[in-house]
Design a protein. Structure first.
Length: 135
């Protein structure tokens, strides 16, 4: 199951994000923050994208991850991370939150509390479209 909810907020923009992967190196992670310049700069902007070794060739063949390399993306295989250390113990969920923030920027970053569970770019952009159509 995937879910996204955005509720009106009195002040600013807040996020709560949960991801859940079968990989023991990612597993279930949760991260929440109230977005401001400091939290963006210190808590989520440095978080790298991540992927799984078995998907790399398929993604490249599809024209994706063309700029991806071990110095700018985390890659996990069955034995752990190929390029540790992580910048944060929960770097994958922080990057997913960064993805959500970028996708919601399409809607003008509403004043809301956003809750995400097992999101994806498709679900993020669907939420952005729903926010735009509700205004």
């Amino acid at each position: 199951m995937q879910a996204k909810v955005a509720l009106p907020a009195e002040q600013g923009l807040g996020f709560s994000y949960t991801l859940d992967y079968a990989s023991p190196y990612v597993g279930s992670q949760y991260f929440a923050l109230r977005l401001d310049e400091s939290s963006f700069t210190n808590e989520i902007a440095p978080a790298r994208t991540f992927g799984f070794r078995e998907q790399v060739e398929q993604l490249r063949a599809a024209g994706l991850i063309q700029g991806g390399a071990l110095d700018n993306a985390l890659v996990c295989d069955g034995d752990g991370w190929l390029n540790p250390p992580l910048r944060y113990p929960d770097e994958p969920v922080r990057h997913k939150l960064l993805d959500l923030l970028g996708d919601l920027a399409l809607a003008g970053l509403p004043q809301a509390q956003v809750f995400a569970f097992r999101g994806s770019h498709g679900l993020h952009t669907a939420l952005a479209a729903a926010l735009v159509s509700s205004n």
